[in-house]
Design a protein. Structure first.
Length: 123
């Protein structure tokens, strides 16, 4: 998968989990950028592309409070095991980014895993 498509999917997953508790910290963009820079599959992405992916992901997720549209997009675009693993790493990073794990974030992680055809108990 092209890095830009994978970056978009990872940004959607990160935003979905970040917004699961109804709050979005101003520092989430920085946390996502830090995740992308350190992830083997995403580290070649340029910072302007990371910022753009994040901005669009937040808009997409905020427009779909049940996360239906972002989940469908992720499920459609992310098909390989390696890409699914990258997306789940992004979601997990979002869940722990603020130093506390909320129930809603766990639900979002499980929902994402199920949408990707993965065992939610693994995450």
């Amino acid at each position: 998968m092209a890095v830009s498509t994978l970056l978009d999917a990872a940004a959607r997953a990160f935003a979905m989990v970040s917004l699961a508790d109804g709050n979005l910290s101003p520092s989430e963009e920085h946390r996502f950028a830090r995740f992308a820079a350190g992830d083997a599959a995403l580290k070649s992405a340029k910072l302007p592309d990371v910022r753009s992916a994040w901005s669009q992901a937040v808009k997409d997720v905020q427009a779909s409070p049940s996360f239906g549209a972002p989940l469908i997009t992720i499920r459609t675009e992310v098909t390989s095991a390696a890409d699914k693993a990258t997306v789940m790493r992004a979601a997990q990073a979002a869940a722990v980014a603020d130093g506390k794990l909320e129930l809603q974030e766990n639900v979002a992680l499980r929902t994402l895993a199920e949408a990707l055809g993965l065992n939610p108990d693994d995450y």
